[in-house]
Design a binder for this molecule. Structure first.
Ligand code: NAD
Length: 488
């Protein structure tokens, strides 16, 4: 695909056209090989302003279309995602480093997200009631205006599609600011939206890093900001956007705990836990980071080690995003080992033949981790699971709930009573029972609790409708002869 292999190819997409920014550029590096595949402009507030002006102008006609009319564009976009499924998969693989199967699953999820947006006319209808004789009150959901979506590196295709279809179909115009580490998929999405006939200015991409994020938070004509990334930056964005009186939904990092009870089904649990911690090289905000083994779970840990050892970096396991990420992940493992933890499966110093420049860490299982260790507390974001031993379920839930994060928590058990305890008491937004990656699928919404999310609403599903619209409340009387009361 040309866009991915031509150096200096990434441009901004403003008002339906590619636009070269004069800003300084950053190399885009493929984690698969460590080689430079493109360059991305670190755009400035001036570039953003041009995009916001285009979006504001487009909003007048886009928001005036009916919901059913806007949905037609999303149907076409969804069909183009299906047509280009293989090429989009290759692009995610190339720029992010995840395996082709994982990249394909990401594109498939984008298609599902679009299908949800296409069903919006079935879900969003107005409410009308005769509240007094002859007087009607109605509620309509209206778009909010120009909105921005700021996305992370780990899902270059899917996370932008968490917001694009729903925000657009509900009548908003968008500025997407993709991660500067993986800008290629976003540009391709812009091309597909244009091919789907989405009018100029409705969807814009402005590339860059911190400067452009700050400019988004400050821009007076952006009404809402959606952010997905680390907790550190989520807090900055939430504080800055809301201080500028915008609505903001900022999803942050995670430290997901899986509680494994001794009665858990051995084979399913071992394979699910390993898949959760190693899938997408552990760079999922829903990845298992800590397994809390309750009482006698040694057979399950032994089987996990066998499953993990069979996973080959560069084949079933993709690369981590950068050389710095590899160094950081390996440092967490070494520090835990030095503090007394036992590395049962060691993924440090992994290399892949013919891809020696790539950034690979093998699946790693670290046992006898204690809750005070950094590896147990901080987001490692690599294919690493820490095992903490607990005497009983109460202790396990207390360890889980001591984490400041709250994205996901799971329990593996055959016992409904244990499962119910975790479902009720775990302080996390998404709970799994015998599921290692408990991502809710459409129409159920995605979003964590605590330091994993700032702001109300969730980012997908029905909950996102609230975020992307505002209610207009109208009271109407057409019949002056009607019986009067205090309202009429
Ligand atoms: P990140 O926070 O470094 O970057 C996210 C976005 O913020 C990028 O577009 C980046 O350009 C911008 N940014 C980075 N530093 C900034 C700064 N100082 N000021 C303003 N903007 C800045 O996150 P990442 O490394 O790209 O992604 C990984 C993180 O995202 C992990 O913490 C992961 O858990 C989290 N994540 C969370 C979810 C969720 O649903 N909660 C989903 C995906 C990823």
């Amino acid at each position: 695909m040309d866009i991915a292999t031509t150096p200096n190819a990434v441009q901004n997409f403003i008002n339906g056209r590619f636009k070269t920014s004069t800003a300084e550029k950053l190399d885009v590096i493929s984690p698969l090989t460590g080689s430079t595949i493109s360059a991305v402009p670190l755009s400035t507030a001036t570039d953003l302003d041009e995009a916001v002006k285009a979006a504001k102008n487009a909003f007048k006609t886009w928001s005036a279309l009916t919901l059913k009319e806007r949905t037609q564009y999303l149907f076409r976009y969804r069909n183009l995602l299906i047509r280009d499924r293989d090429a989009l998969t290759e692009l995610v693989h190339l720029e992010n480093g995840k395996t082709l199967d994982e990249a394909r699953a990401e594109v498939d999820k984008s298609i599902e997200l679009c299908e949800f947006a296409c069903s919006m006319p079935q879900m969003v209808s107005y409410e009308v009631q005769e509240v007094s004789k002859g007087v009607e009150c109605r509620i309509e959901r209206k778009p909010i205006g120009v909105v921005a979506s700021i996305t992370p590196f780990n899902f270059p295709n899917m996370v932008p599609n968490w917001t694009i279809p729903n925000a657009l179909v509900l009548g908003n115009c968008m500025i997407l600011k993709p991660s500067e580490i993986v800008p290629l998929s976003a540009i391709r999405l812009a091309e597909l939206l244009k091919e789907a006939g989405v009018p100029d200015g409705v969807f814009n991409v402005v590339n860059g890093g911190r400067e452009i994020v700050e400019a988004i938070c400050d821009h007076p004509d952006i009404q809402a900001v959606s952010f997905v990334g680390s907790t550190k930056v989520a807090k900055i964005v939430y504080q800055r956007a809301t201080a500028n009186l915008k609505r903001c939904l900022a999803l942050g990092g995670a430290k997901n705990h899986l509680i494994v009870m001794p009665d858990a089904q051995l084979e399913m649990t071992a394979s699910n836990v390993v898949a959760s911690m190693s899938g997408c090289a552990g760079q999922r905000c829903m990845a298992a980071a800590v397994m809390i083994g309750v009482d006698r779970v040694q057979p399950i840990i032994d089987r996990m080690c066998e499953v993990a050892r069979a996973i080959r970096p560069g084949h079933e396991l993709g690369a981590v995003i950068s050389a710095e990420a590899k160094k950081r992940i390996e440092a967490y493992i070494t520090e835990a080992e030095q503090a007394g933890a036992k590395v049962l499966v060691d993924g440090r110093n992994a290399t892949v033949p013919d891809k020696e420049g790539g950034f690979y860490v093998g699946p790693t299982i670290v046992d006898y981790v204690t809750p005070d260790m950094r590896i147990a507390q901080e987001e490692v974001f690599g294919p690493v699971i820490s095992i903490i031993r607990a005497k009983n379920l109460d202790e396990a839930i207390a360890i889980e709930n001591a984490s400041p994060y709250g994205n996901a928590a799971s329990v593996f058990t055959e016992n409904g009573g244990f499962a119910k305890e975790v479902m009720e008491r775990a302080s996390a937004g998404m709970i799994g029972v015998n599921i290692g990656v408990p991502v809710p699928r459409e129409p159920f919404p995605f979003g964590g609790w605590n330091d994993s999310k700032f702001g109300v609403c969730d980012i997908t599903g029905k909950s996102s409708i609230e975020f992307w619209t505002q209610n207009k409340k109208t009271s109407v009387k057409w019949n002056p002869e009607a019986h009067t009361n205090w309202m009429s």
